[in-house]
Design a protein around this ligand. Structure first.
Ligand code: NAD
Ligand code: DAO
Ligand code: ZN
Length: 375
């Protein structure tokens, strides 16, 4: 305890290059910090986005990864809410419970460490990672592509040790995001009709949330028909491929025509601003609610005719499903253990750290929902 740990991590030395598994050093946790032995980590879209170099906030060299599960190895000064041996899920949106966001009762977007986290540093503006004598940046306050990482106490959800970390690690991002977008942000109601654009891990979790909410019709939309099978398992009732829509019409006009005026709720789970417009415009006049979950590339803008909103449609957005991680993730873990929340179906591949680049390739080729790196 409290010594430098030498271990393996996947280092991204530069944009657009494969990750490189290296021997690194992880410094002890400082005040308010916790060092974790990472057990498993999902590979998600945002890791890919930052690695591609398209993320203007991206800094290199960096240790990516933000969908992890682990066990507390040691704690820094003043840490009281977790102890050595606790099972935890790192949170890229912290929950300090003191800032104006946390105390507003209106949002999960705790912003207490936003600046340093975005800069790839701990709050004292230094890093805990060193490789070949060089300081390596943190990522999203989590950096889970490492055997050991250092995370703030306020960025950890303590969960029951009975949950398999190689499954519930996915609650660190995609599943929680989609499930909460349906249940917490849009608040889908029983009997409603829904359209979900994009059937990756996020869209599939939206579908699951809509089913739990009692939606009657769930229209699942993807360019890749290979995604429909799992969407059906999650609760989708019908499927639509944008490629099958004749050029003489639009997907929103098509959906409006087959749903007696539009869907009650829609979700964009791709990150494409043109699809965001379709998702808004396929909702019903007077009450349709469209929730943006996909993250578009930096600088992109959305557009629609304002009359769409004047006539009663609502455009919303959701980050991490609106969940406050420390308070609410333990409950989602219990939902998983109780059989209410399906996580297992999202795990399409399990890989070793040495093969982490395969995880990126599978995602890029649309072959995986989630590849889990097992440490
Ligand atoms: P993914 O790549 O696995 O899934 C996207 C799906 O969209 C794929 O199946 C793809 O075939 C499909 N698609 C692409 N273009 C399409 C089009 N024009 N029409 C229909 N389908 C199309 O990604 P994911 O992991 O599910 O993440 C989805 C999005 O959510 C990403 O933008 C990601 O960055 C974002 N995200 C947001 C949050 C948040 O908190 N808001 C959290 C996690 C991820
Ligand atoms: O408070 O400004 C802020 C940052 C909030 C982070 C929200 C992240 C939402 C999407 C992240 C992509 C998935 C990992
Ligand atoms: Zn806060």
């Amino acid at each position: 305890e409290k010594l430098i740990i030498k271990c393996k991590a996947a280092v991204a030395w530069a944009a657009n290059q494969p990750l490189s598994v290296e021997d690194i050093e992880v410094a002890p946790p400082q005040k308010g910090e916790v060092r974790i032995k990472v057990i498993a980590s999902g590979v998600c879209h945002t890791d890919q986005y930052t690695l591609s170099g398209a993320d203007p906030e991206g800094v290199f060299p960096v240790i990516l990864g933000h969908e992890g599960g682990g066990i507390v190895e040691s704690i820094g000064e003043g840490v009281t809410s977790v102890a050595v041996g606790d099972h935890v899920i790192p949170l890229y949106i912290p929950e300090c419970r003191t800032c104006k966001f946390c105390t507003s009762g209106k949002t999960n977007l705790c912003s207490i460490v936003r600046d340093t986290q975005g800069a790839g540093l701990m709050p004292d503006r230094t890093s805990r990672f060193t490789c070949k004598g060089q300081s390596i940046f943190h990522f999203m306050g989590t950096s889970t592509f490492s055997e050991y990482t250092v995370v703030l106490e306020i960025s950890l959800a303590k969960i029951t040790p009975h949950a398999p970390l190689d499954r519930v690690c996915l609650l660190g991002c995609g599943i929680t995001t989609g499930y909460g977008a349906a249940l917490k942000t849009a608040k889908v109601t029983a009997g409603s009709t829904v359209a979900v654009f994009g059937l990756g891990g996020v869209g599939l979790a939206v579908i699951q949330g809509c089913r739990v909410a009692g939606a009657k019709r769930i229209i699942a939309i993807d360019l890749n028909p290979a995604k429909y099978e799992l969407a059906k398992k999650m609760g989708a009732t019908e499927f639509l491929n944008p490629k099958d829509i004749p050029a003489s019409t639009t997907i929103q006009a098509h959906i409006v025509s087959v749903t007696d005026g539009g869907v009650d709720y829609s979700f964009e789970c791709i990150g494409n601003v043109n699809v965001m417009r379709s998702a808004l415009e396929c909702t019903h006049k007077g009450w349709g609610v469209s929730t943006i979950v996909g993250v578009a590339a930096a600088g992109q803008e959305i557009s629609t005719r304002p009359f769409q909103l004047v006539t009663g449609r609502t455009w919303k957005g959701s980050a991490f499903g609106g969940y406050k991680g420390r308070t609410e993730l333990p409950g989602l873990v219990e939902d998983y253990l109780g059989g209410k929340l399906d996580i297992d179906s999202f795990v399409t591949h399990t890989i070793k750290l040495e093969d982490i680049n395969t995880g990126f390739t599978l995602m890029h080729e649309g072959k995986s929902i989630r590849a889990i790196v097992l440490f």
